[in-house]
Design a protein around this ligand. Structure first.
Ligand code: MV4
Length: 488
């Protein structure tokens, strides 16, 4: 087992990884940027070293510095978290070269799945269903027109180096196609330095359902069921839940087996996620994520498996301690991403000082965060304040519990998306579980509902702000809670 690992990330996911390390008796090394000098993650660690600079390029994306700190501090492994360097094959390769265990797959497998054309080909060869479309790169408008008329319009043009929706273009008919290909190529070229694109039939109102897998170095692969991630806005997930409202035991077995086969076919090692789009009982492979995902806690809540701990154990060469039949799904979990952003101003980031902060608690509530009262949210990184995760015996209980937890949350300072979450949870279509990736775009009344909720809570928020302006910290916290509870 490792004695010490470095966590090459910040905020809640850095703390998440260090918590797993601590439970395993492993020392943790944090790295931090100038902007994160007062953050929680360097304090949680056993050792912490500055990266210098605040911009991601100077700090959390600086491969050389991170590798040097790992070597100087004698860390035997690096956990990359999500985002930043987590899916960068050059970083995984640098670790391999320096004989540092990368807590993730090999750089080769990461590269394979990073190219969506190669991933699509590889995965189709494993027998997994892919959306009808091109076998490889689209090499001109003539073959693009040919394949598109064969599969039928509308089609979607996607960047090989893409993911997260960058460089995607929909073509409604043959007249649209040339522009779509040109624009997709241009965006992909400037965003990724790789203009290659491919074409798929466009699936109109899909759900985004993903399967969590774990694969060890001994050829054991299991899946931990699915997550429904359809509630997203411009490719930013907002609410995730597990299980999916449309899942049945048979469909889970089928999607799970497909996901496990994909992992086996590429000799995958680490936690991983196979993303599918789902429509009308059918599902198709989209992408594979080779990192731990933001929303992994909902799977932990319904399976009892510590996914990050398993990542570390897998990297250390341990065998998975359970087989597929040992994995049982228990109850329902929901995650709301709590962001410092203004839902009434196009969700613009609203990073500022947390003048007052108290997170919810009680039965079935988990808050993963890297913030605290008086913390200043830096402008350099994504403005997530926390992940609020609840568990309930049923979906209805989980929804009510999330609602209750959102109402307990005190955040004074930045604008947050909490009122928007409350609006989604109250939405009848959401309550019926009738979701698609277009849910937020279609449910236009959500913003009006959000505005109403903000108006209703304005007096309360003003009282809280004035308390935190005028009183000493301890007195303010006590007074805020009193006002807050009276405000219900
Ligand atoms: C699609 C699609 C419809 N048809 N592919 C978006 C990002 C990338 N993960 C794949 N994406 C999509 N691919 C076909 N053939 C619709 C989407 C899509 C989407 C997928 C998952 C989650 C949110 C989404 C939002 C808009 C579009």
């Amino acid at each position: 087992m490792f004695k010490k690992i470095l966590v090459a990330n910040r905020s809640e996911i850095a703390i998440r990884a260090m918590r797993a390390a601590r439970e395993l008796g492993i020392k943790s090394v944090a790295v931090y940027s100038d902007a994160d000098e007062k953050a929680l993650h360097p304090r949680y660690a056993d050792e912490a070293y500055p990266l210098g600079g605040s911009h991601p390029k100077e700090s959390y994306l600086n491969i050389k510095k991170i590798i040097k700190i790992a070597k100087d501090s004698c860390a035997e492994a690096i956990h990359p978290g999500y985002g930043f360097l987590s899916e960068n094959p050059s970083f995984a390769y640098a670790c391999e070269k320096e004989k540092i265990s990368f807590i993730g797959p090999s750089s080769k497998v990461m590269e394979l799945m990073g190219n969506k054309i190669v991933a699509r080909k590889t995965v189709a060869a494993s027998g997994a269903p892919v959306v009808p479309g091109t076998t490889g790169e689209v090499l001109g408008i003539k073959p693009a027109l040919k394949i598109s008329s064969e599969i039928g319009y509308p089609v979607i043009v996607k960047a090989a180096a893409g993911g997260g929706g960058i460089g995607m273009r929909i073509a409604r008919d043959a007249r649209d196609l040339e522009d779509a290909v040109e624009q997709a190529k241009a965006t992909a070229g400037s965003a990724f330095g790789d203009p290659s694109v491919f074409i798929e039939k466009y699936v109109a109102e899909p759900r985004h359902i993903e399967i969590q897998i774990l694969a060890d170095k001994h050829g054991n692969v299991v899946h931990l069921g699915e997550r429904e991630c359809s509630i997203q806005r411009r490719h930013q997930k907002l609410i995730e839940e597990a299980p999916s409202p449309v899942m049945t035991p048979d469909l889970r077995r089928e999607m799970g087996e497909v996901a496990v086969n994909i992992a086996r076919s590429i000799k995958y090692v680490n936690a991983g996620t196979i993303e599918f789009i789902y429509t009308q009982g059918k599902f198709y492979f989209m992408e594979m994520n080779t990192r731990v995902q933001v929303e992994h806690p909902i799977t932990e809540m319904i399976t009892g498996v510590d996914i990050v701990k398993q990542q570390i154990l897998i990297a250390a060469g341990e065998k998975l301690p359970f087989a597929q039949d040992d994995i049982k799904i228990n109850g329902h979990a929901i995650e709301c991403r709590i962001n410092a952003e203004d839902p009434l101003n196009n969700f613009a980031p609203s990073p500022s000082k947390l003048k007052g902060y108290r997170s919810p608690g009680g039965i079935g509530v988990r808050v993963d965060s890297g913030v605290f009262s008086s913390y200043v949210i830096p402008t350099y990184y994504d403005p997530m304040i926390s992940k609020l995760i609840v568990w309930g015996r049923t979906r209805d209980e989980a929804i009510e519990r999330m609602n209750r937890a959102l109402y307990e949350y005190i955040i004074v300072g930045p604008k947050t998306n909490i009122p928007f979450h409350k609006a989604v949870l109250a939405n009848k279509t959401f309550r019926r579980g009738e979701l698609s990736t277009h849910f937020i775009a279609e449910q236009k009344q959500l913003l009006d509902e959000t505005m109403k909720i903000i108006a209703e809570e304005q007096t309360l928020q003003e009282k809280l702000s004035s308390i935190f302006r005028s009183e000493t910290k301890a007195a303010a916290a006590a007074a805020a809670i009193k006002v807050y509870l009276a405000g219900r």
